[in-house]
Design a protein around this ligand. Structure first.
Ligand code: 4AD
Ligand code: MG
Length: 484
């Protein structure tokens, strides 16, 4: 079997070859009073389909193909590649033999017929496709997203491997709440009945007694692999982790998921400036990889109500990112509000607030017209592990904001002083016992180190222009949604 990506890539050079292809029917059309079939077949390897022409006299299996039900059916085709007289395609296949692997069946009566195939029509809204997540990769947009995700994941490994980083596998079940935001999904599993017959975890003085739980303590799904990858960075210098993370934030927005993938590099002997440089290089590398390796898919996304997408992406690759102090950002936003240019839902823009996405987007879309690296945030709105600056008020944190999305990367230099770290942990109410091991990384050969986390789905949104995060992950998990 030849993949369509390769076959179509060969173009006119493939004319004369006998090939075998297999895939799913996008459309099936009868002509010549039913004596000819035109089938658009796609195998997911690329956006384009190939036209397969079948004749009642020339194609073995013609009758079965005619009765396959049309869109959605799966076929194996053997035939000769010929030049196509049709517009927008160089080659097509004259089918010598067709095998129907699976026809498209109807509903309860199961009469053959494409009319019940949920993706039979050519155009579906993203909302409709979401309700068919199990068939969504058959749609053009669904498959383009998967190919883009694949290219970006590959580019991620390529980027870090080329720079000598080690890929570290951090756990998904954890005891630590890295971000301290209390947004963890708890993992509660009772030991098998021979150990404990109680249907529920027992309570002591009204509080759950986790000692009877599987792990003998409260455990959660990780919100970030950072604390674990730090242990390796302070032993092996340049590391990264790339895996799923989970957040039980009850925010029904177009940029939040309960389960998302995160890339988290962590580097020893590095400062905030090094961290920012790495993040900028990495983001640019990924965007350039998408432009170059997913050219057809990006052209398709651009054509789906996303004018100028590729030019915007090229500008991201070619233009240095603006660096901006948090304090400066607040005063810029205040000035814009005062001048009547900026109208925000949240008008409380004062030093100390955590910026909302409307503020982040305003800075990137209206003021700087491109990505912005925001640095040195107030310590009270950031996690305990970030390095305290000399002013005692801000931390060496950085967020990278991009147009249409807002925050895509969050990172910082880490606190390397044991005393300051302990103080900060105490002030946010962390149990010292819980982070004892983390403190020990500062006790034995502490080094300046820094890292960041990039939300993979937000990167896919950036490169595709797709506006809702639910449409860039195969099986989105959001409040109330865990079907499929
Ligand atoms: O800013 P965050 O919370 O940073 C961390 O988790 C750090 N521990 C990372 C590090 O320094 N190693 O999250 C990092 C990024 C955000 O910038 C955003 O792109 C993405 O993760 N993100 C989400 N993406 C989708 N859905 C959510 N609910 C997200 N929360 C964060
Ligand atoms: Mg953040």
């Amino acid at each position: 079997r030849e993949r369509l990506k390769e076959l179509l890539g060969r173009g006119a050079a493939a004319v004369g070859a006998t090939v075998v292809v297999a895939g799913w029917v996008r459309t099936l059309r009868e002509a010549m009073k039913g004596a000819t079939l035109f089938v658009e077949l796609n195998d997911g390897s690329c956006l384009a389909s190939i036209q397969v022409v079948c004749g009642s006299d020339s194609t073995e299996g013609f009758a079965a193909a005619k009765a396959c039900g049309g869109a959605g059916a799966s076929l194996r085709v053997e035939g000769a590649v010929v030049e196509s007289p049709g517009k927008g395609q160089t080659i097509e296949i004259l089918a010598k033999a067709i095998t129907v692997l699976g026809c498209t069946r109807g509903g309860p009566g199961r009469t053959v017929g494409a009319q019940t195939y949920p993706l039979a029509k050519k155009y579906h809204t993203l909302e409709h496709l979401r309700t068919h997540a199990h068939l969504r990769p058959r749609s053009r947009v669904g498959s383009a997203v998967v190919r883009l995700r694949n290219a970006l994941a590959f580019a991620t490994h390529e980027f870090f491997q080329q720079r000598g980083f080690l890929y570290v596998h951090t756990p998904l079940i954890t005891a630590a709440d890295c971000e301290g935001a209390g947004e963890q999904f708890t993992v509660t599993t009772l030991l098998p009945p021979e150990h404990d017959k109680a249907p529920k975890l027992p309570t002591v003085d009204g509080r759950v007694d986790y000692s009877k739980d599987f792990f003998g303590r409260q455990a959660s799904l990780t919100v970030s692999g950072q604390l674990n990858v730090e242990t390796h960075a302070v032993s092996l210098a340049d590391c990264y982790t790339f895996g799923p993370t989970f957040r039980a934030e009850n925010s029904n927005t177009s940029r939040h998921l309960a389960e998302f993938w995160m890339i988290e590099p962590e580097v020893s002997f590095a400062t905030l400036a090094d961290d920012i440089a790495l993040a900028e290089d990495y983001l640019k590398y990924c965007v350039a990889a998408a432009l170059c390796r997913c050219a057809d898919d990006l052209e398709f996304f651009e054509g789906s109500k996303n004018e100028g997408l590729r030019d915007r992406l090229k500008a991201i690759v070619e233009t240095p990112f603006k660096r901006l102090e948090y304090t400066e950002a607040i005063s810029v936003l205040q000035k814009e509000m005062k001048a009547g240019r900026a109208k925000f839902e949240n008008t409380d823009v004062t030093w100390g607030i955590d910026l909302d996405s409307e503020h982040e987007r305003y800075l990137t879309e209206k003021v700087y017209k491109g990505p912005v690296v925001l640095i040195n945030y107030p310590k009270d709105i950031k996690a305990f592990y970030m390095k305290l600056n000399a002013d005692g008020k801000t931390v060496a944190a950085m967020d990278i904001l991009v147009p249409r999305i807002g925050e895509i990367i969050g990172g910082s230099q880490r606190e390397d002083s044991l005393e300051v770290l302990e103080e900060r942990a105490k002030s946010v109410g962390l149990n010292p016992e819980d982070i004892k091991w983390y403190g020990e990384l500062r006790q034995y050969g502490s080094v300046p180190h820094a890292g960041f986390g990039l939300g993979f789905e937000r990167l896919v949104m950036l490169c595709s222009g797709v506006e809702n995060i639910r449409d860039v992950i195969p099986f989105p998990r959001t409040p109330g949604n865990c079907r499929f």
